[in-house]
Design a protein around this ligand. Sequence first.
Ligand code: FAD
Length: 250
Amino acid sequence: MAHDYAYNGRLSRWEEVSPGLAIVGVEALDAPFAFDPGQYATLGLVGASGKLVQRPMSISSPADDTSEYEFFIRLVEGGAFTTLLWERKVGDPINIKGPKGKFLLQDDGRTCVFVASGTGLAPFMSMIETARGRGVSRDVVLLHGVSHEHDLAWRAHLEAFEASGPFPLRYIGTVSRPQHSPGWAGRTGRVESITAPVLDELGLHAANATIYLCGNPDMISAVDDLATERGFSPEQVRRELYWPKGRQHR
Ligand SMILES: Cc1cc2nc3c(=O)[nH]c(=O)nc-3n(C[C@H](O)[C@H](O)[C@H](O)COP(=O)(O)OP(=O)(O)OC[C@H]3O[C@@H](n4cnc5c(N)ncnc54)[C@H](O)[C@@H]3O)c2cc1C
């Protein structure tokens, strides 16, 4: 269908992590925009009605390379934007605008406790890869919760980085449906259920850590409550909410 929207980007990469979960590259055709790790872009596609459907997506790639913006996206069943995206192929046009957002690393010298559910890993990848590229050392504990083992995107990369990287990264994946991942020998349960034990095991508390939460609303409110109980101040709990509480996954 003809439309008035000038597409200013193109889909440059599509890596399927598991069914309905993909790492997606977008190239800006105009001058690329600079961004800080943790920020998001707005992606837009024209739907059947001719209307531009736009959604915010955290950028997962490092801030010092804007030749391609990378995203980690879940197909939401019946979702207006993601169903359109899944119909596209590499080379197709797309709208991209940015950057936006205040979910940024704090320069506070504390251990960063990154807690991600699902695609909430995206901004943390950008933060880790940007620090790595700049040779900046940060103490990072990264907790990533998914339903199935195969949804643990970047797992091999993160494990290799943990083993040999230039700064201390502790990477902990957890799988909430282990009955569907028979080979999984790691932690089980939702990421919010492993956060307290991990903080205790690693000696992390309000005096030495800042908690960063990204993903679904139930995870964010559960870990927020935990952090408040443990004396973390509001500034020490940073949040990026992907959708409002009460709206269920369709
Ligand atoms: C700042 C910000 C950054 C975001 N970054 C990402 C990202 O990096 N990757 C990503 O996949 N999404 C991200 N989202 C969510 C994204 O903007 C869309 O809401 C999502 O892709 C669904 O859009 P849709 O049009 O397909 O579904 P809609 O028709 O808008 O339906 C939305 C409903 O789908 C559910 N939903 C939304 N996102 C998810 C999800 N990831 N998993 C399961 N259910 C969901 C919620 O119930 C929501 O109410 C982000 C949201 C915000 C606010």
